[in-house]
Write a protein that binds this ligand. Structure first.
Ligand code: GTP
Length: 362
């Protein structure tokens, strides 16, 4: 994921780049917005966020992964409903509104603020995804976490009912920067903005079935956000193992990088390792800063068989990569032509998925 940051003035705030999917990050002061940005998108160590200064101006991070994305952080102390903010334009152009609630603090004010924002945002943009992060849950016991979530959901639900807003879809996530929950939440938020997600998921399902892969993720290697996974349920421990493997391979890559190369994009990154429980973990670099990571359970013994199953997986993963390249090419074309992406891939007679081979073929 390539990224850059900028600090917006009031006028820039209202002229956000329409060509990018925008995520608005909002919440009261000190709820943890900047920490989330720094940890997820700049790999800052969670403990270092203790010393972050309060943000006084809106700031935007630009990210390029399978889609171009902007994350705009709005400081808690600003009132966006003042006449000098064009809040209508602001909410009209965003894909997702992420509202952060500090669960370790008294949150009634935050809920009142959130209801006011939802009422306004939903009016100007009924398609907006409302995502609520019940944040800093590392300080709460397991029971108290669930009680807090229940209480917040109940209060927001009642508030929206009073406002006559019954159709709003809101998702809630329990998050902390001290574990993988914040990455998991952002993965799900970003995935909702990827129009091609059903195609990706379908391709991953095909790959998993044909190659005896137990679970696989398409990771953005820099942020550890997964932009897609196969349709089997995600278990957070599996995610953690795969995300950590990305770090291990990146570290090895940096360690042995030749001095002439300028970054990991220069040659294809890949790695396979056998875990203690006998499961293989496999990683291969894809396009645009993405890497495919999969867990493979195999009952084969002996080197020869191992080589066979890896050969099948390599072959199928290369075909998956070609499919990904096609999706990316179509996405760019569609952007240029302003055509709806949804109908583009349906009638693809040259679909590389048809060439996948099954493990039993070898
Ligand atoms: N325990 C815990 N503390 C967190 C977490 N996330 C952020 N914090 C702490 O919360 C404090 C405030 O974080 P910031 O990121 O500065 O909050 P902000 O919302 O950007 O604040 P403003 O810029 O004032 O709007 C910092 O001391 C962080 O270390 C978390 O998940 N758990």
């Amino acid at each position: 994921m390539e990224h850059s940051s900028s600090s917006n003035t009031t006028s820039e705030l209202t002229t956000a780049d329409d060509s990018k999917a925008t995520i608005l990050l909002m919440g009261l002061r000190r709820c943890g917005k900047s920490s989330i940005c720094k940890v997820v998108f700049h790999s800052m160590q969670p403990l270092d966020t203790l010393y972050l200064e309060s943000t006084s101006k809106p700031t935007t991070e630009h990210f390029s992964t399978l889609i171009d994305l902007s994350v705009m952080e709005l400081p808690g102390q600003l009132n966006y409903f003042e006449p000098n903010y064009d809040s209508e334009r602001l909410f009209q152009n965003v894909g997702a509104l992420v509202y952060v609630i500090d669960s370790q603090d008294e949150y009634l004010n935050a809920l009142a603020n959130l209801s006011m924002i939802i009422e306004y945002a939903y009016k100007v943009n009924p398609k907006i995804n409302i995502e609520v992060l019940i944040h800093k849950v590392d300080g709460l016991s397991e029971d108290f976490k669930l009680d807090t979530q229940r209480d917040i959901m109940q209060r927001i639900g009642d508030e929206l009912l009073d406002l006559g807003l019954e159709g709003v879809s809101i998702s809630f996530y329990l998050t902390s920067i001290f574990d993988h929950t914040i990455y998991e939440a952002f993965s799900r938020i970003v995935q909702k903005l990827i129009v091609e997600l059903p195609f990706l998921e379908n391709m991953l399902d095909n790959l998993v079935q044909q190659s005896n892969i137990e679970k696989c993720f398409l990771f953005d290697v820099n942020s550890k956000i997964y932009v897609s996974t196969d349709s089997s349920p995600v278990d957070i421990q599996t995610y953690e193992v795969c995300a950590e493997f990305v770090d291990v391979i990146l570290d090895l890559e940096n360690l042995y990088k030749s001095t002439e190369t300028t970054g990991f994009m220069d040659k294809e990154m890949m790695g396979v390792s056998k875990l203690n429980n006998g499961v293989y973990i496999y990683l291969k670099q894809m396009i645009r800063g993405l890497a495919l990571v999969g867990l493979i359970r195999t009952n084969t013994t002996g080197n020869n068989n191992n080589n066979n199953f890896l050969a099948v997986i390599d072959y199928n993963v290369d075909i998956f990569k070609k499919g990904l390249q096609e999706i990316w090419a179509h996405t760019r074309l569609n952007k240029q032509n302003q055509i709806s992406t949804s109908s583009t891939f349906v009638d693809n007679t040259n679909d590389p998925r048809h060439n996948l081979i099954t493990s039993s073929n070898i």
